[in-house]
Design a protein around this ligand. Structure first.
Ligand code: ADE
Length: 255
Protein backbone atom coordinates (compact mmCIF):
# COMPACT_ATOMS: atom_id res chain seq x y z
CA UNK A 1 0.00 0.00 0.00
CA UNK A 2 1.13 3.53 -0.76
CA UNK A 3 0.40 6.18 1.92
CA UNK A 4 0.96 9.92 1.44
CA UNK A 5 0.56 12.45 4.24
CA UNK A 6 0.38 16.23 3.87
CA UNK A 7 1.15 18.11 7.10
CA UNK A 8 2.88 21.19 8.50
CA UNK A 9 4.65 18.87 10.99
CA UNK A 10 6.42 16.19 8.90
CA UNK A 11 8.66 15.24 11.88
CA UNK A 12 5.55 14.03 13.64
CA UNK A 13 5.57 10.95 11.42
CA UNK A 14 9.18 9.94 12.16
CA UNK A 15 7.75 7.34 14.55
CA UNK A 16 6.54 5.40 11.51
CA UNK A 17 10.16 4.23 11.23
CA UNK A 18 9.64 2.17 14.41
CA UNK A 19 8.07 -1.14 15.32
CA UNK A 20 5.86 -3.22 13.03
CA UNK A 21 5.05 -0.38 10.64
CA UNK A 22 8.75 0.48 10.35
CA UNK A 23 9.45 -3.14 9.40
CA UNK A 24 6.56 -3.09 6.94
CA UNK A 25 8.14 -0.07 5.28
CA UNK A 26 11.54 -1.73 5.12
CA UNK A 27 10.06 -4.82 3.52
CA UNK A 28 8.10 -2.73 1.00
CA UNK A 29 4.62 -3.68 2.26
CA UNK A 30 4.00 -0.01 3.02
CA UNK A 31 5.46 2.83 0.97
CA UNK A 32 5.26 6.18 2.77
CA UNK A 33 5.55 9.76 1.54
CA UNK A 34 5.39 12.64 4.05
CA UNK A 35 4.98 16.08 2.46
CA UNK A 36 5.40 19.48 4.10
CA UNK A 37 2.49 21.75 3.23
CA UNK A 38 4.75 24.79 3.64
CA UNK A 39 6.80 23.60 0.62
CA UNK A 40 3.72 24.51 -1.41
CA UNK A 41 3.44 28.13 -0.28
CA UNK A 42 4.65 30.97 -2.46
CA UNK A 43 4.93 33.88 -0.02
CA UNK A 44 7.95 35.00 2.00
CA UNK A 45 6.47 33.79 5.31
CA UNK A 46 5.32 30.40 4.01
CA UNK A 47 1.90 31.10 5.46
CA UNK A 48 -0.68 28.34 5.36
CA UNK A 49 -3.54 30.08 7.19
CA UNK A 50 -5.61 33.25 7.14
CA UNK A 51 -8.54 34.86 8.99
CA UNK A 52 -11.99 33.37 8.40
CA UNK A 53 -14.50 35.05 6.08
CA UNK A 54 -17.49 36.07 8.18
CA UNK A 55 -15.35 36.55 11.27
CA UNK A 56 -14.92 34.26 14.24
CA UNK A 57 -12.12 32.92 16.37
CA UNK A 58 -9.02 31.24 15.00
CA UNK A 59 -7.50 30.85 11.57
CA UNK A 60 -8.46 28.78 8.55
CA UNK A 61 -6.01 26.93 6.30
CA UNK A 62 -5.74 28.54 2.88
CA UNK A 63 -6.84 26.51 -0.15
CA UNK A 64 -3.90 27.31 -2.49
CA UNK A 65 -1.12 25.42 -0.64
CA UNK A 66 -3.46 22.46 -0.23
CA UNK A 67 -4.30 22.51 -3.93
CA UNK A 68 -0.62 22.59 -4.91
CA UNK A 69 0.39 19.88 -2.41
CA UNK A 70 -2.44 17.52 -3.30
CA UNK A 71 -2.04 18.04 -7.05
CA UNK A 72 1.65 17.13 -6.67
CA UNK A 73 0.55 13.76 -5.24
CA UNK A 74 -2.66 13.10 -7.15
CA UNK A 75 -1.92 14.77 -10.45
CA UNK A 76 -2.92 18.20 -11.71
CA UNK A 77 -6.54 19.25 -11.98
CA UNK A 78 -7.72 17.93 -15.38
CA UNK A 79 -9.96 21.01 -15.68
CA UNK A 80 -7.02 23.43 -15.48
CA UNK A 81 -5.38 24.70 -18.68
CA UNK A 82 -1.82 23.67 -17.72
CA UNK A 83 -2.82 20.19 -16.70
CA UNK A 84 -1.23 17.30 -18.54
CA UNK A 85 -2.26 13.67 -18.14
CA UNK A 86 -1.14 12.79 -14.63
CA UNK A 87 0.09 9.40 -13.59
CA UNK A 88 -2.07 8.90 -10.49
CA UNK A 89 -4.85 11.31 -11.29
CA UNK A 90 -7.64 11.22 -8.70
CA UNK A 91 -9.91 12.07 -11.66
CA UNK A 92 -9.80 8.45 -12.75
CA UNK A 93 -10.23 7.14 -9.26
CA UNK A 94 -13.96 6.48 -9.25
CA UNK A 95 -13.47 4.26 -12.30
CA UNK A 96 -10.20 2.52 -11.42
CA UNK A 97 -10.37 2.64 -7.61
CA UNK A 98 -7.53 5.17 -7.46
CA UNK A 99 -6.45 6.94 -4.28
CA UNK A 100 -8.77 7.88 -1.43
CA UNK A 101 -8.18 11.32 0.06
CA UNK A 102 -8.86 11.35 3.81
CA UNK A 103 -9.20 14.46 5.94
CA UNK A 104 -9.25 13.77 9.69
CA UNK A 105 -11.95 15.95 11.21
CA UNK A 106 -14.14 15.88 14.32
CA UNK A 107 -16.99 16.50 11.85
CA UNK A 108 -16.27 13.29 9.90
CA UNK A 109 -17.57 9.70 9.91
CA UNK A 110 -16.52 7.77 13.00
CA UNK A 111 -13.35 5.70 12.44
CA UNK A 112 -14.04 2.06 13.35
CA UNK A 113 -12.37 -1.32 13.00
CA UNK A 114 -14.70 -1.98 10.05
CA UNK A 115 -13.47 1.20 8.35
CA UNK A 116 -9.85 0.26 9.09
CA UNK A 117 -10.44 -3.12 7.45
CA UNK A 118 -12.09 -1.53 4.42
CA UNK A 119 -9.24 0.99 4.02
CA UNK A 120 -6.59 -1.73 4.46
CA UNK A 121 -7.73 -3.14 1.09
CA UNK A 122 -6.94 0.10 -0.75
CA UNK A 123 -3.81 0.60 -2.83
CA UNK A 124 -3.26 4.28 -2.14
CA UNK A 125 -4.35 6.45 0.79
CA UNK A 126 -3.65 10.19 0.98
CA UNK A 127 -4.11 11.94 4.34
CA UNK A 128 -4.44 15.72 4.67
CA UNK A 129 -3.75 16.91 8.22
CA UNK A 130 -5.64 20.11 9.02
CA UNK A 131 -4.71 22.47 11.86
CA UNK A 132 -6.23 25.58 13.39
CA UNK A 133 -9.99 25.89 12.73
CA UNK A 134 -9.77 23.56 9.74
CA UNK A 135 -9.17 23.76 6.00
CA UNK A 136 -11.08 26.02 3.60
CA UNK A 137 -14.15 23.92 2.70
CA UNK A 138 -13.53 24.35 -1.03
CA UNK A 139 -10.57 21.98 -0.83
CA UNK A 140 -12.92 19.12 0.13
CA UNK A 141 -15.48 20.29 -2.44
CA UNK A 142 -12.91 20.47 -5.23
CA UNK A 143 -11.33 17.05 -4.65
CA UNK A 144 -14.76 15.47 -4.09
CA UNK A 145 -15.56 16.44 -7.68
CA UNK A 146 -12.40 14.69 -8.83
CA UNK A 147 -12.49 11.46 -6.83
CA UNK A 148 -13.08 9.75 -3.53
CA UNK A 149 -12.79 11.98 -0.45
CA UNK A 150 -13.68 11.10 3.15
CA UNK A 151 -13.83 13.12 6.36
CA UNK A 152 -13.01 10.80 9.24
CA UNK A 153 -13.22 11.43 12.99
CA UNK A 154 -11.27 9.56 15.61
CA UNK A 155 -13.94 10.26 18.23
CA UNK A 156 -16.12 12.87 19.86
CA UNK A 157 -13.37 15.14 21.12
CA UNK A 158 -11.23 17.84 19.56
CA UNK A 159 -7.52 17.44 18.84
CA UNK A 160 -5.22 20.33 17.94
CA UNK A 161 -4.79 18.95 14.46
CA UNK A 162 -5.16 15.88 12.29
CA UNK A 163 -1.68 14.43 12.88
CA UNK A 164 -2.51 12.32 15.95
CA UNK A 165 -5.68 11.07 14.28
CA UNK A 166 -3.77 10.10 11.13
CA UNK A 167 -1.14 8.26 13.18
CA UNK A 168 -3.88 6.26 14.90
CA UNK A 169 -5.60 5.48 11.60
CA UNK A 170 -2.36 4.42 9.88
CA UNK A 171 -1.52 2.09 12.76
CA UNK A 172 -5.02 0.54 12.78
CA UNK A 173 -5.07 0.19 8.96
CA UNK A 174 -1.41 -0.80 8.51
CA UNK A 175 -1.52 -3.75 10.89
CA UNK A 176 -4.39 -5.26 8.84
CA UNK A 177 -2.31 -5.38 5.65
CA UNK A 178 -1.39 -9.03 5.11
CA UNK A 179 2.19 -9.69 6.26
CA UNK A 180 2.49 -6.69 8.59
CA UNK A 181 1.56 -8.59 11.78
CA UNK A 182 3.62 -11.78 12.07
CA UNK A 183 0.84 -14.02 13.40
CA UNK A 184 -2.42 -13.27 11.53
CA UNK A 185 -4.38 -15.40 14.06
CA UNK A 186 -3.78 -12.71 16.67
CA UNK A 187 -5.79 -10.25 14.54
CA UNK A 188 -8.88 -12.46 14.62
CA UNK A 189 -9.23 -12.64 18.41
CA UNK A 190 -8.98 -8.91 19.05
CA UNK A 191 -11.49 -6.44 20.45
CA UNK A 192 -14.02 -5.24 17.86
CA UNK A 193 -13.20 -7.90 15.25
CA UNK A 194 -16.39 -9.82 16.15
CA UNK A 195 -18.24 -6.78 17.50
CA UNK A 196 -17.29 -7.64 21.11
CA UNK A 197 -14.49 -6.53 23.40
CA UNK A 198 -11.57 -8.90 23.86
CA UNK A 199 -11.48 -11.47 26.71
CA UNK A 200 -8.85 -10.98 29.47
CA UNK A 201 -5.43 -12.59 28.91
CA UNK A 202 -2.96 -14.05 31.42
CA UNK A 203 0.58 -15.47 31.33
CA UNK A 204 2.99 -16.98 33.87
CA UNK A 205 3.29 -17.04 36.85
CA UNK A 206 0.02 -18.77 37.84
CA UNK A 207 -0.10 -16.72 41.03
CA UNK A 208 1.08 -13.10 41.17
CA UNK A 209 0.76 -10.97 44.30
CA UNK A 210 -1.93 -13.27 45.63
CA UNK A 211 -3.95 -13.17 42.39
CA UNK A 212 -4.59 -16.51 40.62
CA UNK A 213 -5.00 -17.08 36.90
CA UNK A 214 -8.62 -18.32 36.39
CA UNK A 215 -8.37 -22.14 36.88
CA UNK A 216 -10.23 -22.95 33.62
CA UNK A 217 -7.28 -21.52 31.64
CA UNK A 218 -4.97 -24.09 33.27
CA UNK A 219 -7.41 -27.00 32.85
CA UNK A 220 -6.31 -28.00 29.34
CA UNK A 221 -10.02 -28.27 28.40
CA UNK A 222 -10.11 -26.25 25.18
CA UNK A 223 -13.91 -26.41 24.85
CA UNK A 224 -14.35 -25.01 28.36
CA UNK A 225 -11.70 -22.35 27.70
CA UNK A 226 -13.45 -21.25 24.56
CA UNK A 227 -16.85 -20.99 26.34
CA UNK A 228 -15.29 -19.10 29.27
CA UNK A 229 -13.58 -16.63 26.94
CA UNK A 230 -16.79 -15.96 25.03
CA UNK A 231 -18.69 -15.41 28.31
CA UNK A 232 -15.98 -12.98 29.41
CA UNK A 233 -16.33 -11.08 26.13
CA UNK A 234 -20.10 -10.74 26.59
CA UNK A 235 -19.80 -9.75 30.26
CA UNK A 236 -17.09 -7.17 29.55
CA UNK A 237 -18.94 -5.72 26.56
CA UNK A 238 -22.20 -5.50 28.58
CA UNK A 239 -20.38 -3.72 31.40
CA UNK A 240 -18.09 -1.37 29.44
CA UNK A 241 -19.73 -0.89 26.04
CA UNK A 242 -23.45 -1.87 26.20
CA UNK A 243 -23.96 0.20 23.02
CA UNK A 244 -22.11 -2.50 21.05
CA UNK A 245 -24.75 -5.05 22.12
CA UNK A 246 -27.73 -2.84 21.23
CA UNK A 247 -30.13 -4.52 18.71
CA UNK A 248 -29.04 -2.18 15.89
CA UNK A 249 -25.35 -3.04 16.49
CA UNK A 250 -26.21 -6.76 16.55
CA UNK A 251 -28.18 -6.63 13.29
CA UNK A 252 -25.38 -4.60 11.65
CA UNK A 253 -22.91 -7.32 12.62
CA UNK A 254 -25.15 -10.01 11.21
CA UNK A 255 -26.11 -8.06 8.13
N1 ADE B 1 -8.92 16.81 14.23
C1 ADE B 1 -9.28 17.44 15.35
N2 ADE B 1 -10.03 16.65 16.12
C2 ADE B 1 -10.16 15.48 15.47
C3 ADE B 1 -10.84 14.25 15.74
N3 ADE B 1 -11.54 14.07 16.84
N4 ADE B 1 -10.76 13.28 14.83
C4 ADE B 1 -10.07 13.46 13.69
N5 ADE B 1 -9.43 14.58 13.38
C5 ADE B 1 -9.46 15.58 14.26
Amino acid sequence: MRIDIVTIFPEFFDVLDLSLLGKARQSGLIELGVHNLRDHTHDRHHSVDDTPYGGGAGMVMKPEPWGDALDAILGADPASAESVAAETSIADSAADDGPILIFPSPAGDQFTQAMARELSLERHLVFGCGRYEGIDERVVDHYSQRGRVRLVSLGDYVLNGGEVAVMAMIEAIGRLIPGVVGNPASLIEESHEDGLLEYPSYTKPANWRGLDVPPVLRSGDHGAISIWRHEQQIERTQRVRPDLLAPSATSERQG
